[in-house]
Design a protein. Structure first.
Lengths: 637, 202, 101
């Protein structure tokens, strides 16, 4: 089968799963519905593998295929079809989304077992996978925007899945509103693009980009960047991601680690011609990445909720990806995206095992010494943490060092910033990651942990579906890195070359330097974490006392939430309340009331004519007579 | 001469009509109406409607008004109750009355001057012979129908005035129990429920 | 009879209006009946006047018919009033609202 046919299958399978769930979900057993949902994503993954194979069979120059389903929107000069673009970049994303998506579906079978509305969860998950695939496969920007919006919708639905919890509902709304800001940015960019090129095809616009004036390209790129920032939770539109942890853990793993938040990186990578033509915006992208990775790493140091540590870690790692695509190392950014998907999902799902074992407790201060009760999970979490910290031979080492090397190769102030802060970030990453590991899994168990874990003793560490899925992810975290072994294979880069080329090549010496520094900083970070947290000494408390003001600032997440509250939320609420009082009450409701009141008044007036009083009837008769006489008089004159 | 009588009789007519409408006491209103009828008779005589004038005095003033006076006398105090003026729509009523008057007079005076003088008639115009001949030849049907109407009226008067026509024992039972004119069971249950009799009669 | 038909029409109209006002304004059924009589008489007056001015006796015939009808109507009306009075109802037209709604 051709690559495009397979791509259509990839897209259709989760949609079919969703509809199946909607139609028959309520009448079949829980097992049937959840397995059907997982199966649809598995079909999608199989088809994605097929797409990859089909693409590899073609020559490298012939790997950009567009397939249009039907003409979808047609009016005036606008003729947009429902078209998908199959090329190496989308193939990579397809594999990541459907593969990790399948694993997380399977994991959820175990994690969400016993929840009241499981089938709804799987329906939402299917919707999300479909939306993300649509986004990735989009052949024109309109479809991309649809996928973008649907992904935001799925995120809202899934964060607020436990809708009886007010915190979850608030978080869902916050995520949706901030994503909406991004949607506006993208829409405006599309308006500009359309206005100047009269085409919304992805490939078509890229060829037209060179003919546009520089300022236009800058604006387009800048607006696209706004969308990317909102979706990927970068500074300054990042505040929704930590709150999004209110959703179930599989959701956090899928959406807020592996796929949705990487959509921004994908967008910048996909639109690299536009960004390459707007160098200031590219530099801005890299700077935002630098700022985010530093800030997020620092905040992660003081988090006490296990999921929030990992969430800030995600924010930080995506900052790395933004740095990469900002300085022109597009395939390096994509490679980091792929490896990050594996080890971040692994970390989240492993945390899910811990949370599941402790009956939904997420505060790490109550955990400790769980390695004794969850040894397998502890091992897998170590693998994930080592990958995150960039220790060879795990995946994160290869991808992160590519980015740092690219920063060196860039050799201007932006590149050096990326390099410097990236290295510092490596230290901080290792520190906070292993802080979490040591607090949760090592040392003496807390009484809380002991009671809960002993309840589970003999039952295994968790449901089988949860265990095998994180094992697969761990395997990926170990092996994926070897796609880009320096000096041996540059599989990812060459594969992506036609569609997401790197603007710069790091020399071997630069790569070696970057790797050495990064690894050593990572190991130092692990050591520092061990010193501070591994042995349950007084050291953390003393350090905390020394840095108390800094810590309080970090704990308030640098005050962004308060800033946004005062700058945007309160004025909006005041405006809404004022509007309701001044407009909606008197005018809208008032006019409705007026309609009703008029009816009542009219009926009262007319009812007076049915009074039963003979005199009134006589009066009415006489009135009629007078009127008739007047009419005749007027007619006769 | 006749103009003078016209104006005099006309004035009396109007004055007594006003008195009828404005008097509180219905007895005095009836008496004012009698005066009105008499002045109208005078006007009929002026118009050479001899027979009609005589009929007016004999039938109208003589019989109908006497009947009125009998009923007023029968009612006695009950007839006289009008404690307040006004009520629903009295302003509108006054306006409508004036409006109709104005409309009629205006349309009358807008005519093109026809009938400015009465037609010339013989001496026997309006005499009993002429009227009788008409009633018994050209308008015989009307004559007979009126007789029937008067018969019906007489029967109606008797029925309405006689009240209970049933044997004395029966007449003592309240009208409800006699099942007069409506659903007995429903009326009984409603009365037992304490409904106002007027509600029951609806 | 030098005044043209116009004066007679005016007089008749005035009587009619007065009677109409009486019907609409008074609440005693007896007085309403009396006012009704005035209206009928106004019509009679006009009939006879027109008969004179047209030289046609048929107006007189109609006037007689009207008189008979008026008499019959008064009989029924007074019978109603007497029946009402015997039943004990109030003789105030504003209170006889059984036909309301």
């Amino acid at each position: 089968m051709s690559a495009t046919t397979l791509a259509w299958i990839v897209l259709a399978a989760p949609m079919a799963g969703l509809f199946y769930n909607l139609i028959v979900g309520s009448s079949v057993s829980r097992k049937h519905a959840t397995w059907a949902a997982c199966a649809s994503v598995l079909v999608s993954f199989a088809a994605a593998v097929g797409v990859l194979i089909a693409l590899l069979q073609r020559s490298p120059d012939d790997r950009q295929l567009v397939s249009t389903g039907w003409t979808w929107l047609s009016g005036g000069q606008l003729h947009e079809g429902f078209s998908i673009l199959v090329d190496p970049l989308s193939a990579v994303m397809l594999l990541v989304v459907s593969g990790v998506g399948f694993l997380i579906h399977a994991y959820s079978v175990g994690y969400m077992h016993g929840d009241r509305e499981e089938k709804r969860f799987f329906a939402y998950l299917n919707l999300f996978v479909f939306s993300m695939l649509l986004l990735v496969l989009a052949g024109n920007f309109l479809i991309l925007l649809i996928g973008w919006g649907l992904v935001g919708l799925s995120s809202y639905l899934l964060i607020g899945y436990w809708w009886e919890r007010p915190a979850a509902v608030q978080a869902a709304k916050k995520a949706f509103v901030m994503n909406a800001i991004g949607d506006v940015g993208i829409a405006l960019a599309l308006f500009l693009l359309w206005g100047h090129t009269h085409s919304l095809d992805v490939l078509g616009t890229f060829s037209a980009v060179d003919s546009l004036p520089g300022s236009t390209t800058t604006w387009i790129a800048g607006l696209l960047l706004v969308g990317a920032i909102a979706k990927s939770a970068q500074l300054p539109l990042h505040t929704w991601l930590p709150d999004a942890m209110e959703g179930p853990t599989p959701v956090s793993a899928l959406i807020h680690a592996a796929t949705m938040v990487t959509a921004g990186v994908y967008l910048v990578a996909r639109c690299w011609p536009i960004f390459r033509a707007a160098p200031e915006v590219s530099d801005l992208t890299a700077l935002i990445g630098v700022a985010t990775l530093t800030m997020a790493g620092l905040i992660a140091l003081v988090q006490t909720d296990i999921k929030r540590v990992i969430a800030y870690s995600t924010m930080s790692q995506i900052g790395y990806m933004f740095c990469a695509v900002g300085i022109g190392a597009t395939s390096a950014g994509m490679f980091h995206l792929v490896t990050h998907a594996f080890f971040k999902a692994l970390l989240f799902l492993g945390a899910g095992v811990v949370i599941h074992a402790l009956a939904d407790e997420q505060d790490i201060r109550k955990m400790g010494g769980l390695g004794r009760y969850l040894p397998y999970t502890r091992t897998l979490m170590w693998i994930g943490a080592l990958a995150l910290a960039g220790v060879p031979p795990f995946a994160g080492f290869f991808s992160k060092d590519q980015i740092l090397a690219a920063g060196l190769a860039r050799a201007d102030w932006v590149g050096y910033l990326v390099f410097g802060f990236g290295l510092a970030g490596a230290f901080v990453t290792a520190l906070y990651t292993f802080r979490m590991i040591f607090i949760v899994f090592h040392g003496e168990p807390t009484s809380f942990a002991r009671t809960h874990a002993e309840k589970h003793a003999g039952h295994g560490e968790g449901p089988f579906s949860m265990i095998w899925t994180i094992s697969v992810l761990a395997l990926g975290a170990v092996t994926i890195g070897f796609l880009e072994l320096p000096g041996v294979s540059h599989a990812m880069r060459t594969f992506l070359e036609p569609v997401a080329p790197n603007a710069l090549e790091a020399s071997t010496s630069q790569e070696t330097l970057a790797s050495l520094l990064a690894v050593s900083l990572g190991v130092i970070g692990i050591g520092a974490a061990w010193l501070l947290y591994g042995r349950r000494s007084d050291a953390p408390r003393k350090v905390a006392e020394q840095t108390a003001p800094l810590e309080s600032v970090l704990q308030r997440k640098l005050g962004f939430d308060e800033l946004y509250d005062w700058a945007f939320h309160r004025p909006a609420v005041a405006l809404a309340r004022g509007g309701a009082r001044a407009w909606e009450g008197p005018v809208v409701t008032g006019s409705m009331d007026l309609v009703g009141a008029t009816g009542g008044w009219l009926s009262r007036v007319l009812g007076a004519g049915q009074s039963g009083l003979v005199r009134v009837y006589a009066l009415v008769l006489a009135l009629g007579l007078a009127a008739l006489a007047a009419w005749f008089m007027a007619g006769a004159s | 001469m006749q103009t003078v009588i016209f104006y005099l009789a006309g004035a009396t007519c109007l004055g007594s009509a006003l008195a009828v409408v404005m008097q509180r006491n219905p007895f005095q209103a009836a008496l004012s109406l009698i005066l009105n009828l008499f002045s109208l008779a005078v006007l009929f005589f002026v118009l050479q409607g001899d027979f009609v004038g005589v009929a007016q005095v004999l039938v109208y003033a003589g019989a109908v008004m006497v009947m009125f006076l009998f009923v007023i006398a029968y009612l006695g105090d009950r007839a006289h109750l009008e404690l307040r003026r006004g009520g629903v729509g009295s302003g509108a009523a006054a306006v409508v009355g004036i409006a109709i008057f104005l409309e009629i007079t205006i349309s009358a005076h807008r005519s093109n001057g026809a009938l400015s003088a009465p037609a010339s008639v013989t001496e026997s115009f309006g005499s009993p012979e002429r009227i009788g001949a008409l009633l018994l030849t050209d308008h015989l049907l009307a004559f007979e129908v009126i007789s029937l109407l008067l018969l019906v009226g007489a029967i109606a008067g008797v029925v309405l005035g006689a009240g209970n026509l049933l044997p004395r024992q029966e007449a003592r039972r309240p009208a409800v129990e006699r099942g007069a004119l409506f659903d007995l069971a429903r009326a009984r249950s409603e009365l037992e429920a304490g409904e106002d009799m007027r509600e029951v009669l609806k | 009879m030098s005044p043209g038909i116009g004066s007679w029409i005016t007089l008749s109209a005035a009587l009619f209006s007065i009677g109409l006002a009486g019907v609409m304004l008074r609440r005693n059924p007896l007085v309403i009946l009396l006012s009704l009589e005035i209206m009928l008489n106004a019509g009679n007056l006009l009939l006879v006047a027109m008969a004179r001015y047209l030289g046609n006796n048929e107006g007189h015939v109609l006037a007689l018919v009207v008189m008979a009808v008026a008499a019959a109507e008064v009989v029924v009306g007074l019978g109603l009033i007497v029946a009402l009075a015997r039943r004990g109802s109030s003789l105030d037209v504003d209170d006889l609202k059984g036909l309301a709604g």
